[in-house]
Design a protein around this ligand. Structure first.
Ligand code: NDP
Length: 401
């Protein structure tokens, strides 16, 4: 009997528990806990209706490590899958250490008061997890997550000596709203408005947010403008593959999204500095989140596809090569299957697969790990079997930009 506790009943948590319930041999007992229990109960109702599987629900404030440790013990969980927000990563890791459970997440820890996007805080838990014989798997979403596994696969089978890495994240979907974010608006806007950073000649180069643009013709989506951004997997990938000389992350944005974002930024609505409003301290970005559409509700109206992948150049057996591995995911198909749009789906499915790797012992270690440190094969197989099929093409030339 393997007991799993999933924390966070948002868009990603919902997909993950639906997909776990579809694999009862691996996930024999699932509890979903979150800040508001009614959200867990709604998801549990949908899981029962779609899969016939009953999952348990609980209320938890995961900022409280002691209470979280008590919940882990009460439900006997061997593994905690953290799909709450990056702010809760450390308190949930502490709770896992107290209760003796393994840990998995999809986003690196963020202190609420500054946007940093770095692994230092979580990598500092290496010894604590190793000492207790426990495992923490960081960033088991799509990006970070699948993109790390694609890189490990490229190294293993296609290009032994990798020199450049480009991660290309395209959401070619249309949700029919003037302005909405694909996942938690607060985290998404913090990420998009942060200065861009990329790895070049063994150092980080910083440029202002959203200033470097390229047009790329994405398979099954078409030509889209994509912008250079910082993304956390760049840090772990250049650490674990030190041969990579240049690593960049690109994300597509439509003109309407950028226009709204520019205005919101200009009027101060994206700030994480507290302001006093009618005697009360509020954080503008958190207020903005409250008035924006809930990404979990966008599934009903979203059409189109996502295309996320890695383009890696280097040499193999003395020959220069470039490989493009990608997944295409259809928003409407995801909604039909689990009631969520493709951005939640492409994150929730890899969270389930990472959990399956750990529970089944295919990925095992003591300490804190990033995805690229394990054998990509069993993970890549499960992507094909559970809704995120991938393919690769060898390109004739490296990217021209
Ligand atoms: P949502 O905002 O939809 O869901 C977050 C959930 O966490 C909510 O249900 C929220 O509860 C709950 N929560 C927040 N604070 C606490 C707390 N203190 N204790 C318990 N529960 C809490 O976010 P998403 O589902 O869109 O994203 C989930 C995670 O996935 C985020 O960390 C995000 O950064 C990450 N992500 C990773 C991606 C990847 O590819 N690696 C891509 C997309 C997202 P309530 O409803 O009560 O507010």
């Amino acid at each position: 009997m393997t007991k799993t506790l999933v924390i966070g009943a948002g868009g990603v948590g919902s997909v993950a528990v639906h997909k776990m319930a579809m694999l009862p041999d691996i996930f024999t007992d699932i509890t979903l806990a979150s800040r508001r229990q009614f959200k867990c109960d709604e998801i549990a109702g949908s899981v029962l209706e779609r899969t016939g599987v009953s999952i348990k629900t609980a209320r938890i404030d995961a900022d409280d490590a002691d209470a979280t440790a008590r919940l882990i013990q009460a439900c006997g969980a061997k593994l905690v899958v953290n799909l709450a927000l990056p702010y809760q990563d450390l308190s949930i890791m502490d709770a896992c250490l107290m209760a003796g459970a393994d840990y998995l997440d999809t986003a690196n820890y963020e202190p609420p008061e500054e946007a940093k996007f770095e692994y230092s805080w979580q990598w500092a838990y290496q010894e604590k997890f190793a000492k207790q014989g426990l495992m923490a798997l960081l960033g088991s979403g799509f990006d970070p997550g699948v993109t790390n596994v694609f890189t490990a696969y490229t190294k293993k089978y296609l290009i032994a000596d990798m020199r450049t890495l480009d991660i290309l994240d395209c959401n070619g979907g249309d949700h029919g709203q003037h302005f909405a974010t694909n996942f938690n608006p607060e985290i998404n806007i913090r990420e998009v408005t942060a200065p861009s950073r990329h790895w070049q000649d063994k150092k980080w180069i910083e440029t202002p947010a959203l200033t470097t643009k390229q047009n790329f013709d994405f398979p099954e989506v078409g030509a889209r403008n994509m912008y250079l951004m910082y993304h956390e997997e760049l840090e772990s990938l250049v650490t674990h593959f030190p041969e990579i000389e240049r690593a960049r992350f690109w994300m597509t944005f439509g003109d309407a999204y950028l226009k709204h974002l520019e205005v919101l930024q200009n009027v101060g609505m994206t700030s994480i500095e507290p302001v006093i409003y009618e005697g009360q301290e509020i954080i503008p970005l958190q207020f903005l989140k409250a008035v924006l559409p809930n990404p979990g509700d966008l599934g009903k109206t979203t059409t189109g596809k996502t295309c996320i992948g890695t383009i890696i150049s280097g040499s193999d057996n003395g020959q220069d090569k470039t490989a493009y591995i990608y997944n295409i995911c259809d928003h409407e198909a995801c909604f039909k299957e689990v009631g969520s749009q493709a951005v939640s789906y492409t994150t929730g499915v890899p969270a389930m697969i990472g959990a399956a790797m750990m529970l089944g012992g295919k990925w095992r270690g003591e300490g804190v790990f990033n995805m690229e440190q394990f054998d990509p094969d069993p993970f890549m197989d499960m992507l094909n079997q559970h809704g995120l099929p991938w393919q690769y093409v060898m390109l004739e030339k490296p990217l021209a930009f």
